[in-house]
Design a protein. Sequence first.
Length: 318
Amino acid sequence: MGFNFNVQDAVREKIYPKIGIFSPSGGGKTYTSLRLATGMVEEMKRSDGKDYEIWLANNEGDRGKYYANEFDYKIIELSPPHEPEMYIELINFAEKNEKCGVLIIDSFTKEWAGEGGCLDIAQKLGGQYQKAWKNVTPRHRALMDKLVESKLIIIATMRGEDQYVMSQDEKSNKTNLEKIGLGAKQGKDFEYEFTCTLSLEQKTNSAESFKDNTHLFENMPSRKLTEDDGVKIIKWANESSIEPLKHNKPVFKDTKNTNSDELKSIVTLIDTIAKTKAKTNRDGVAKAITTHHNSANYNSIEDVEVAKKVLESLQELQ
């Protein structure tokens, strides 16, 4: 077996930062995200003169609107089931809208540990690898790949893996119970998917660097993040104006056979079968579609051959 390798000069490209923020409950994740995003869109406007919006994709109930009197942002309400495909479609949707400058996903934990999320899907499938994680892992991986490759600035908040510890107040000599975060409720090694991952302390909402490719927060004393930090991130990201190349996965590469009448007929059949079989096997339907298409939204299929493969998989599905 032979492999071809190409050696070329490394060139710095424009970067679309992905910022991960996690903390125990009450750590200030949403507020900190909005401060960062506000600084980001302000610097983006100074850079190219365009007005950008902050989009907050909220799955945390009324909390998404708590700061509407302090920050200027749009809100998208997300409801269960929190399947990976919903978040892929969310990113796709935001990418297509030029007004969206920063997408905040609050909370990214729901995709992993929320109702209808990865853990929930795996449990319903029996919890074992062959029956469950063999199905769930590729779907979660597809979302993480989308996150990394997206030409969109994304801030994702995550709930901390909380633990309580006892501490002694030196002045009062009282024993206090403190909540600390040991990591985030997300998939294994989640921090590697982000440009920068920051943890927030519950009482002070101060940030510490967990992983930082920007080098802006390395060795930083614990402190609150502000709009100025958002500005710095954008300045770092825009050190080059060269747009990164899009790397398409071969499995989704097609010949663009877009016979519209034939495509519409096949998609109509897909719609009928998918809706019927989803009543008893929703996960199987999603897998049958995403095996051949880059999302579970079959209405976005643009190639006849891809549509045929999806239809065939759905017809074979029990």
